[in-house]
Design a protein around this ligand. Structure first.
Ligand SMILES: Nc1nc2c(c(=O)[nH]1)N[C@H]1C(S)=C(S)[C@@H](COP(=O)(O)OP(=O)(O)OC[C@H]3O[C@@H](n4cnc5c(=O)[nH]c(N)nc54)[C@H](O)[C@@H]3O)O[C@H]1N2
Ligand SMILES: Nc1nc2c(c(=O)[nH]1)N[C@H]1C(S)=C(S)[C@@H](COP(=O)(O)OP(=O)(O)OC[C@H]3O[C@@H](n4cnc5c(=O)[nH]c(N)nc54)[C@H](O)[C@@H]3O)O[C@H]1N2
Ligand SMILES: [Mo]
Length: 676
């Protein structure tokens, strides 16, 4: 048996460091690597289930071709010939930009850039812009501080007051809980702001449950009280902040009474929260994604960010705005929500389809219209808004290729499905967005069946298409472990302290990173100060220069009674892991959560089979009474597959957020009825 160092490449805060036991080519126990201070506590259930993921009977092991609606195994040579022929046919009929390359969050790694490099070599392609996940918060943070970084994960235990705002830490960032619990044991206070009771709020001193999408009003109201009570840090503001006077008059409109009316939070709780924030230092707000699933989300995030700024909780131990720590993103030029890939020098990338409107973007595309799609590391039929339209858009195309580990609802729509590697089957370098370690995700076993990593698929396809080996040099590694290592080492050589041999021992803190973000009080904004007031926000996104509360669209009454929330869940990452036997025992995706008072109005009992529907579609499931969910909401966990009752995105529309081209997944109303 051998034990090898590796790291989890899922799109998850923790990005755990692993010690992987390998026995006769089989993955055994996965244990935490002690050198990662953020994740040394333990591996989550999903991580423990990896041993099963690799050998899961549903794993795709060979290329498949669909004929007459049925998939059958074909050889690599045949699949690549078909793809090469279709690409050249579609290129000659419509031009290279009629090919849409779509990649999402399935796995992190520097080798992911091989995909766009290949498509660029074919003469060009179209890609998506924006992001389904976090761009409004990234942009709000960048506009305010100039960059996205925060204190080291372990620093939060030094906070005396921690506010978890729209984040379900106990399920989505499990390792952060340990540090929060350390703070609580040392007498720190913990507040959770979420329209439902969660595993996280069960640990809180105070749980505030605002009406969905109204957090902006709550934060402006708190800001107003902080100013009125003299709780703001005047010296810090005078030296470091742009726009305080303007903010003061904007916030004055948000009296506790008005905020209470908007948010449904009682005046006493609003005053108490302001009192805590004003009097307890250091304070950290750790913000999640809940309030970013509304059209107003960028502006909402700006209202929240103002609170640690007003109270001087920036650049200090135990203080700050914990949203995205991109200090390990040393390999990217810039994190710019406007462009996932920087435009190439020779302009071969058309960045024209908004990811939130993937369906309409394809259906409305012209000059040239999209005719082919290549999908890897993503499951857009399940995860992107408006599933029915996504399927319609895919079916309007002439040719579809999906690369995945499993026969997902998206893969089912493909003409050719290619089998993808798992994290154990190719080495890669990964970064994180919560801690600031650089890590090696190490190859520990050979891929099973005929599985090939994407870099190899692209290499072979390029050769089929007549692209020379020398053209691929430095862009697509030749198919061997040694060539992959040379490719990665070549990137690492630009950074002191980083090398493959060092990373084979364990995680390394990113060069230039620091445990206390903004300790130097240098802010890379236009003014060099923290910008509560931002000209750029207005110029780039057309929003007010100041943070503000804009009522969400769901407040506009329509015939559907409930607001539809679709949070993440502990034992899955979006649509991944639900098909593992280990996970099935703990996770029931069929459950549809509703407050009993609402269910009773509809004469629906706990455990009864129901449908959730609106104008876009319907899904089915089992009612689960949830006293902790705000009345007026229905909650369906995102990531369910068609055979589990249907993706929640059958009910969501293609609405963009005010900044960063994100997805306003929660701006949807639905109704429920007993299933027939
Ligand atoms: N186990 C697990 N971990 C994950 C993931 C996963 O799928 N599974 N996904 C990863 C990814 S990609 C992401 S983006 C993150 C997401 O991490 P989180 O932000 O923690 O997760 P969400 O479930 O999107 O939302 C958090 C909470 O916001 C609440 N919420 C909804 N609407 C509002 C609102 O209007 N105001 C407020 N204050 N709260 C609201 C929801 O009830 C929910 O409890 O997690 C990452 N970690
Ligand atoms: N209604 C609603 N929808 C949501 C959300 C929500 O809160 N509500 N959350 C949104 C968020 S935050 C996010 S981040 C997105 C996530 O959206 P996606 O990134 O599309 O989500 P996943 O379900 O993780 O799908 C990733 C796919 O990649 C595959 N995969 C994993 N590793 C590899 C690999 O190495 N190679 C290849 N080729 N494939 C691989 C997996 O098997 C899986 O099918 O979903 C969004 N959708
Ligand atoms: Mo995400």
């Amino acid at each position: 048996m051998a034990i090898k160092v590796s790291a989890c490449p899922r799109d998850c805060y923790s990005t755990c460091s692993f010690l992987v036991s390998v026995n006769n080519g089989r993955i055994g126990l996965i244990e935490p690597h002690p050198d990662n201070r953020a994740t040394s506590e333990g591996v989550c259930l999903k991580g423990l289930s990896y041993f099963e993921r690799v050998v899961n009977p549903g794993r795709l092991l060979y290329p498949l071709k669909k004929t007459g609606g049925k998939f059958a195994r074909i050889s690599w040579d045949e699949s690549l010939s078909i793809i090469a022929d279709r690409i050249s046919e579609i290129h000659s009929k419509y031009g290279p930009e009629s090919v849409l390359y779509y990649a999402a969050t399935g796995t992190k790694g520097l080798l992911n850039k091989v995909g766009p490099a290949f498509w660029e070599m074919t003469g060009g392609f179209t890609s998506t812009y924006g992001d389904l996940c976090w761009p409004s918060g990234l942009e709000a943070t960048r506009l305010t501080f100039g960059e996205n970084k925060h204190n080291a994960p372990w620093d939060i235990e030094n906070s005396r007051l921690i506010i978890s705002w729209g984040k379900n830490i106990a399920e989505t960032n499990v390792h952060q809980m340990k540090f929060i619990e350390n703070s609580i044991s040392n007498g720190g206070k913990f507040v959770v702001i979420d329209p439902r009771r969660t595993e996280t709020s069960s640990k809180a001193d105070i749980h505030i449950s605002p009406a969905p999408g109204t957090d902006g009003a709550l934060a402006m109201g708190i800001g107003n009280l902080l100013i009125l009570k003299g709780y703001v840090d005047v010296d810090f503001i005078n030296n470091n902040v742009k726009g305080f006077e303007e903010y003061r008059s904007a916030a004055a409109k948000y009296t506790p009474e008005k905020v209470s009316e908007i948010t449904g939070v009682n005046v006493g709780a609003i005053r108490e929260l302001a009192e805590l924030i004003g009097t307890i230092k250091p304070m950290t707000i750790t913000a999640g994604f809940g309030m970013q699933r509304y059209r107003n989300s960028g502006q909402t995030m700006r209202t929240l960010i103002s609170l640690p700024v007003l109270t001087g909780n920036i650049g200090k131990i135990g203080a700050g705005w914990v949203y995205a720590n991109l200090q390990s993103h040393i390999f990217d030029d810039e994190v710019d929500p406007l462009a996932i890939y920087p435009r190439s020098d020779n302009n071969r990338i058309r960045n024209s389809i908004p990811v939130t409107k993937l369906a309409d973007g394809i259906l409305d595309s012209e000059d040239p219209p999209i005719k082919m799609i290549w999908i890897e590391r993503g499951n857009p039929v399940t995860q992107n808004p408006d599933t029915a339209s996504v399927i319609k858009a895919f079916r309007s195309l002439e040719f579809r290729v999906v690369v995945d580990q499993f026969m997902t609802d998206t893969a089912r729509e493909a003409d050719i499905v290619l089998p993808a590697k798992t994290m154990f089957e190719q080495s890669d370098i990964i970064n994180a967005y919560w801690h600031h370690y650089i890590q090696l995700k190490q190859k520990v076993i050979d891929p099973p069946g005929e599985v090939k990593p994407e870099s190899e698929i692209y290499y072979l396809l390029a050769r089929k298409m007549g692209i020379s080996k020398s053209d691929m040099k430095g862009k697509i590694p030749a198919p061997s472990d040694n060539e992959v290592e040379i490719f990665l080492e070549d990137i690492l050589k630009n950074f002191s302290g980083l090398s493959l041999s060092r990373l084979k021992e364990g995680p390394v803190l990113a060069p230039g990173s620091s445990d206390i973000a903004f300790e130097d009080l240098i802010f890379k904004t236009r003014s060099g100060k923290i910008e509560i007031y931002s000209d750029e926000a207005n110029e780039r996104w057309g929003v007010d220069k100041l943070p503000e509360y804009i009522p969400p669209l769901i407040n506009e009454e329509n015939e559907f009674s409930f607001i539809l929330l679709s949070s993440n869940t502990k034992n899955r990452i979006h649509s991944q892991f639900g098909n593992m036997k280990l996970i099935e025992q703990f996770d029931d995706p069929s459950l549809i959560y509703i407050n009993p008072s609402d269910a009773l109005k509809k004469s629906i009992a706990d455990g009864e089979k129901i449908e959730v529907f609106n104008k876009l579609g319907s899904i089915s499931g089992i009612t689960k009474f949830d006293h902790g969910l705000r009345s007026g909401c229905v909650l369906v966990k995102n990531g369910r597959w068609m055979h589990e009752g249907g993706s929640v995105n059958l009910l969501t529309s293609q609405i963009e957020t005010d900044m960063g081209y994100g997805a306003a997944f929660y701006e949807n109303r639905v109704d429920i009825r007993r299933a027939t």
